[in-house]
Design a protein around this ligand. Structure first.
Ligand SMILES: [Zn+2]
Length: 473
């Protein structure tokens, strides 16, 4: 049985909310989640955990889920700080998810193992950054318990949505899980997170300057079953420029980052898909992760990779719209290329010679191309209104200088070589080439594949355009 909150968390929320944005965030949280998720954000918000647990799961065992990474707040371990605010007299059990060389990996084995150990929980409390938050959602759904998510870093936008990124047969897949019943964002805790995590959060946030264009394209051309809606883009676009404001205090900058990321998670959750904020730039990050996992080698944080790739993605949009003039083409000039299956399999053979990953990706690409063929009336209708769509895409796919400026202000990586570990020029080029061959969701890259211009000559120009603003290889 899933227990949901019984009503608004007035007492806990009021004590933890500073004046200003956090109240708006709490309201936005309840409306975006249809009343499922309460968000308590601000300095000292962790203290609200006592009331939240008592309200959401008044009795039964508390299972606290974390990873092994040491975290501190105000001189003590974060886990100790969490345990100190549990309601008195309650049984609590700590579960530490097993880590591999890539930290905690949300593959079939890890999910099954942690879910088994969490059985019997009256409430799951996840304490950690993005991966632990995603694992918490999967595990809480598996054991039919409500989840309270304690966010320890502003590293991704995925805390405030009901989705998890998991690994299926070596491929990254986003799956529906559940809304946390409560999200606790203590600014003090987030401010003490490692700087690399905060910079990664900026990287995840700057996808706003390219990803919505991919989503708009997919919806309007008939390749996404949903409808594009400004409601899931504008709230983030409006506040994202605060990330590039160098005139405010450190605390205000962190507060701005938390707000941009949390609102990002909420619009994703409300839309029911990551698509509004996940386009070409996220695909680059996903394929880098997949290649590293297949080779059992390390890769950088999701957001760090997304940030670097956001400059690249904005550069790709710029070139596709203004140099390739892709929207001026005749719809008859787009076709599924000959030998696509072989090309997809060859792309993934370098990281999985067994061919399992290649076949998994081909089945997704085949589905996508099948839809393209089925949706030809929608495709023709799209091109018939090319002027209107070009104007909208120009608004949604910003100048690559915008993500580059925000990343530079926070000291976040802008080039593939600046990632940790450095991504070689060869690997970066491979990642760009591979991105349309990974999943069934359409992006600008697919349109370029269908146009027959997804090739080295194009990639050279994209990397050069990104380098103009400090990004690229
Ligand atoms: Zn992301």
């Amino acid at each position: 049985m899933v227990r949901t909150p019984k009503g608004p968390m007035t007492t806990a929320s009021e004590t933890a909310h500073p004046a200003g944005f956090a109240d708006t965030l709490a309201e936005h949280s309840l409306s975006a989640s249809g009343g499922s998720m309460t968000t308590v954000a601000g300095p000292g918000a962790l203290a609200a955990l006592t009331g939240l647990i008592a309200h959401i799961a008044p009795e039964g065992e508390i299972v606290i889920l974390s990873d092994g990474a040491p975290k501190t707040v105000a001189g003590s371990a974060v886990m100790d700080a969490v345990i100190a605010v549990l309601p008195a007299g309650r049984t609590a059990r700590c579960l530490v998810a097993a880590e591999s060389g890539h930290g905690v990996v949300l593959d079939e084995t890890t999910i099954a193992e942690v879910s088994t150990r969490a059985r019997g929980a009256a409430v799951v409390v996840s304490v950690g950054s993005g991966t632990v938050s995603d694992l918490g959602k999967v595990v809480a759904a598996a054991v039919s318990a409500p989840l309270i998510s304690v966010q320890t870093a502003a590293s991704v936008n995925g805390f405030a949505d009901p989705l998890s990124v998991v690994v299926v047969k070596g491929a990254k897949r986003t799956v529906p899980t559940l809304w946390p019943s409560a999200l606790v964002i203590d600014h003090g805790l987030v401010a003490e997170a490692p700087a690399a995590l905060t910079r990664a959060g900026v990287g995840d946030a700057v996808a706003i300057w390219s990803a919505p264009a991919d989503w708009y394209l997919a919806c309007e051309i008939g390749m996404d079953p949903g409808r594009y809606d400004d409601r899931f883009v504008e709230p983030v676009k409006r506040i994202a420029p605060r990330l590039s404001d160098g005139s405010v205090t450190e605390a205000d900058r962190i507060a701005a980052l938390i707000e941009v990321l949390t609102v990002g998670g909420l619009v994703i959750g409300d839309a029911g898909t990551t698509a509004p904020l996940s386009g070409v730039e996220h695909l680059v990050s996903h394929v880098l992760d997949m290649a590293a996992m297949a080779e059992d080698s390390p890769h950088d944080l999701h957001g760090a990779q997304v940030g670097v790739a956001s400059i690249l993605s904005a550069a790709l949009w710029d070139i596709a719209l203004h140099e390739e003039k892709i929207l001026d083409a005749d719809p008859a000039d787009f076709a599924v290329p000959e030998g696509l299956r072989e090309r997809v399999l060859a792309t993934w053979a370098s990281c999985d010679p067994s061919g399992v990953l290649g076949e998994e990706c081909w089945s997704a690409v085949q589905k996508k191309m099948g839809r393209w063929n089925d949706e030809q009336p929608a495709v023709r209708a799209f091109f018939a209104e090319r002027d209107r769509h070009r104007a909208r895409l120009d608004e949604l796919a910003g100048d690559p200088a915008e993500p580059a400026a925000a990343l530079a202000l926070w000291g976040a990586p802008r080039t593939f070589l600046a990632l940790t570990p450095a991504v070689s020029p060869e690997r970066a080029r491979w990642a760009l080439a591979a991105l349309p061959f990974m999943r069934d969701r359409m992006s600008l890259a697919d349109l370029l594949v269908l146009r027959g211009c997804w090739n080295d000559e194009l990639f050279d120009r994209v990397f050069a355009r990104a380098a103009d603003v400090g990004g690229g290889l």
